[in-house]
Design a binder for this molecule. Sequence first.
Ligand code: FAD
Ligand code: MLT
Ligand code: ZN
Length: 473
Amino acid sequence: MLERPSEAVLDAFAAIVGPAYALRETDTVAPYVTDPRGLFSGRTPLVLRPGSVEEVSRILRLATEMKIAVVPQGGNTGLVGGQHPDAGGTEIVLSLGRLDRIRELDLRSGVVVAEAGIILQRLRDIADAQDKLFPLSLGSQGSCQIGGNLSSNAGGTSVLAYGNARDLCLGLEVVLPTGEVFDDLRKLRKDNTGYDLKNLFIGAEGTLGVITAAVLKLFPKPRGRETIWLGVASPGDALALFEIASATAAGALTGFELMQECVVDFVIKHMHGHRPPLASAAPWHILVEISSGRSADDARGLAEEIVAAGFERGLILDGTIAESLAQTAEFWRMRESMTEAQRPEGASIKHDISVPVADIPRFIEEAARAVASVCPDARVVCFGHMGDGNLHYNATQPAGAFDASFLDLYPVMNKAVHDVVRSLSGSISAEHGIGRMKRQELLETAPPVAINLMRRLKDAVDPAGIMNPGKVV
Ligand code: FAD
Ligand code: MLT
Ligand code: ZN
């Protein structure tokens, strides 16, 4: 256990950034989750807000010399507790928010060089203003930062066509725990010169170094975009529709989200300004996005073809193609509100799983049995990125006032659901990462060779063990 830094040491860190950017004795809490177990909160003696890569370098160099733990923090929207210091007040938080410049926009190479503290929505807007698309799309995009997106290898609703954060990154600038700056900010789409070091830091959740900038891909903005909201009877029908949409639209299929009716109802009930997306009820809902590089008519034609084929095969109970940009925006706002909309429903044991796409219906059926075997009255709240085989599968307390005791079921419930995932050769963390929340389970269930290799890499890059201790491995 690391010691609490002395006042003199805290002063030395604060002097690097200047008093205006050094905040003493702060509690950090994730604004998006209610978790009395303290997984999503912490206490730090000092939050540092560096304004340059050089300041980040001096902070890490001093931290390694003094053996003081450093927890990098971006937008604080992480859902596995990776961005929080421990409760003991021994770990310094390094907040990247001030490093938020666009260093270069190279439209002809189709890249942008962005600093880590840029908020995702702002980067998307900057690309859009240049008639380009930066496709990473998460419900947290108003707060999360590029550095956090890369460090958590974020997924979101556009992975189907564009990949995770890792797939969008061509180059990285990282400050190592020693203070050395690893400048790999190259715009090359092909580069086979030794180990792909940048990918060590993408998805490392702040345990190997601090990402300070990245070269990110920009895509041509689609000429036509259609959004379809469908009601179906079962996950099996959703899968059949996914196969039709994939075959019909091919590369133009840029989103395929599955949502259980209850979570659509939570959004209508708890988040203002929403109304039912369909005229009739349906046990499962699907949100499909078609993006055509050719034309609006092409996108519309593909959307109509998919809906017609779905009705013809009796797969669709009800459906609508968004008739306006406003309705398109409303459909996506509904989907992106689902994390928040669950909170008033009480304690929830969350899972972010992936299985082969074809096994989604089987997972949903077997996981429901698993949840009921642990707590017959628990409610299942299921939604997510079906096209990626990724579901957010949350066992939720019975309706009523927040019941913290429901979280006591966490270990048994988590194991029951993840045993189903493992039986389907799936992943216990599809996109949110490991953080603090899933570290123990990773250590217990991942192949020992893998854990051993991760630990050897960690020791090689961060020998003093100052980077985000207690997270991942
Ligand atoms: P933080 O939460 O601040 O940190 C996350 C991790 O990255 C921590 O381990 C932290 O130490 C590390 N870190 C942060 N900045 C740096 C840096 N510069 N260098 C090194 N390490 C760093 N996630 C998805 O994948 N898909 C979704 O669809 C999705 N939807 C969400 C919807 C909502 C409403 C919310 C609240 C969250 C959602 N998330 C989703 C989770 C979260 O938004 C992502 O994990 C996001 O990438 C975190 O970015 P952040 O800047 O908030 O990072
Ligand atoms: C989402 O897809 O909405 C996010 O991953 C957040 C969540 O799981 O709640
Ligand atoms: Zn998600």
